[in-house]
Every structure is written in structure tokens, then in C-alpha cells.
Design a protein around this ligand. Sequence first.
Ligand SMILES: [Zn+2]
Length: 379
Amino acid sequence: MSPCSVLKPDLPRLGRLSYTTANKIIKGGNPSMIPMSLPSSKKQQVMPDLYPLRFKPIYKQYVWGGWKLATLLKRPIPHDEIFAESWELCDHGQDQSVVDGGPLSGATLHELVEKYGRRLLGNAGDRFPLLLKYLDATQDLSVQVHPDDAMAAGLDPPDLGKTEAWYIVAAVPGSVIYAGLRQGVDRETLALAIKRGKCEECLHYFEARQGDCVFIPAGTVHALGAGTLVAEIQQSSDTTFRLFDWNRLGTDGRPRELHVEQGLDAIDFARGPVSPIRHPVSCQDESVGLVRSKQFSLERHLLLGPKDLGGDGRFHILTVVDGSVSIEGEHSDKNLNCGQTVLLPAEIAAVRCVPCPDAVVLDAFVEAEPQPRAAVPQM
Ligand SMILES: [Zn+2]
């Protein structure tokens, strides 16, 4: 299947548009459609049952973005402006996903976590731990590294570490992914290369292909190459150390800030080169595990017929990376198209996903911690 081969364009919904420019939130259109909190009178009422939840995307405009969110993913955003990221699902500070559809419309993800707790999250902790976004890179992103949980906890303000994974939704021929350091590169070698403006000499890279998955644990040096459209699942964190910016100047004509010393401290120099996880798409219904880590697991479901997903006591983030599906029990009569996302709360039963006519769906979740066991009676 080609990327988004069976997309059905949405009607323009500019009244719901909400995007950010350099951290400033811009909300457009009909004020009644602007995301808002649950009215306080509603808070006193009986909580509605949970159901498969869709959220309004939060758009970010950065200079390295492009037009693929509008053209390939058919997002109702201005076609004459550059958009870099669409945050699909997030509960991180000011960045709050807002429910779009059903009795919980207008509630933020943070409000849902506070009110529903384990009914939403299962045993995955007491805050929403993951963030899902789509990125459209028309330029190479800076070479960067993220800290692990221990290092991020010591930052001001403290944050989670950032382990992430990319799924390549589309890639132009010749586009590359930088992931990991070449064999044998140590701190001294990398520091010298950065100083000389030759960081790329230390980086491992490979050509990006549609369907590749790349796992980037915290401490891994990486950069997304120009010409890629990716779905990124990550820990809910915003801590990035920029090591190298390809000797470019920012929009103000000056080099962007680097965080070389902190970055060098964050790097796991034992990690070495990172290879893509490649499972060719077959011609039959198939589910494959792409990533299994402490922070999250990621599976890919190729659907040629209906399949039940979720219903195992964990929350599941489903996002369609090719084709289109309908989700039973949703408060939306529209299909979930390529690039669209739904959250299945932990307490709901499995939902039937019906591809139309076929689809590739990513499924991100956190392996639930074991339930505490009853004490074994002493004999
Ligand atoms: Zn990153």
C-alpha cells in the first residue's frame, strides 16, 4: 500500500483550528468551538462513561516544517503556511489535548486523568505518560539527545526523560535518518567533531523507508532527516539537548543555542549505531511487535478484516498510518483516516476496528505493572 492510499479528505473544519507558533497558542474560528474545560456544573454531575476518545490536534509551526500535514494527512490547516508538528495526544504543561466528540467534549486530557485515574490509565501510573505526534521534516532537524528519567529529574524544572520511537509514514527517496553514533565514537571524538563543525562524521545513518520503525532510547544521538513524515511516540517530556545544528543560522540570523556539555553528559556512548526495525507489510492480517520497553510498547496491526483491539485493562493509543478504519463505540460517524488517532481508556471493553478496505494501525501502550498479589498464608 502507498502512504495514505485510501484517504478520504475531511471537509474543512477551520472553526476548530488551534495551533501554536513558538509556544503562543493561536485559536481561530468560531469561539464556541475553542477548546474549553468542563463547566463546573458538569463537574458535580455523575461522570459520563468512558468511550474511545478523539482529541483536537495541536499544531506547531517551526521553520523546518512543510505542507504534508495538509497534503498527505488532509488536515484542515492553511495550505500556504508551514506546519512542522501535529500533537495528537498530550498532557504536558500548557500543551493539553482536548476531547473532540461525545459527552466529554471540551475536557482536557489532564482533567480526564484527574477525574478517571486508573479507569483511564490502568496501572500505568498517575499521570498520562506518553505523547504522540506527527512530524513533517522538510529540512534536517538538529542533532540532539534526550536525557533519561534520572537526569531529567534533576533539571529545573524537573521532567520525565525522553525515550521515543519513530514510524516512517512517508519518505522521499534519498532521505535519511541519523540514529546512534558510529562504532567507536567516544566523548572526546564527538566533542572535537562538534567543535570543528563536522558532527555528521560521527553519526550513523541509513536511508529512510516507509514502514521503518526506529527506536531511540534516552541517551541516543539522533536527527530526523529532510523529506520524512513520521509518527513519533515518546515519553511525555520536552527535554532536548541540541548538539549540532548543521552550521545553520536561525531566523534571526544567528546560530541557534546548543547544549553541548549537557548533551555529552546525556549520551550513552555504549549504544553505538541504531538500525531500523523492518517488518515488510504482508498480504494477510498480521500484528507485529515493533518496540517493547519499560517506557512503552508499540505494535503494528495490518488489518484486512475486522479486529478487536484493547480490552486488556491497559489504555491503548491507536493511530492510523495507512488506509482508514471505523471504530465501534466511537462518538463520531467519521472514519479514522491516515494520521488520525483515538485513545482507548483502560476500563473499556475491546473495540472492533473495521478497515475500509484495509489499514495499518499503530498501537502504543504501557505494559501494566503487575497487580499487587495477596499475601501468601504462612503455614
Ligand atoms: Zn528526539
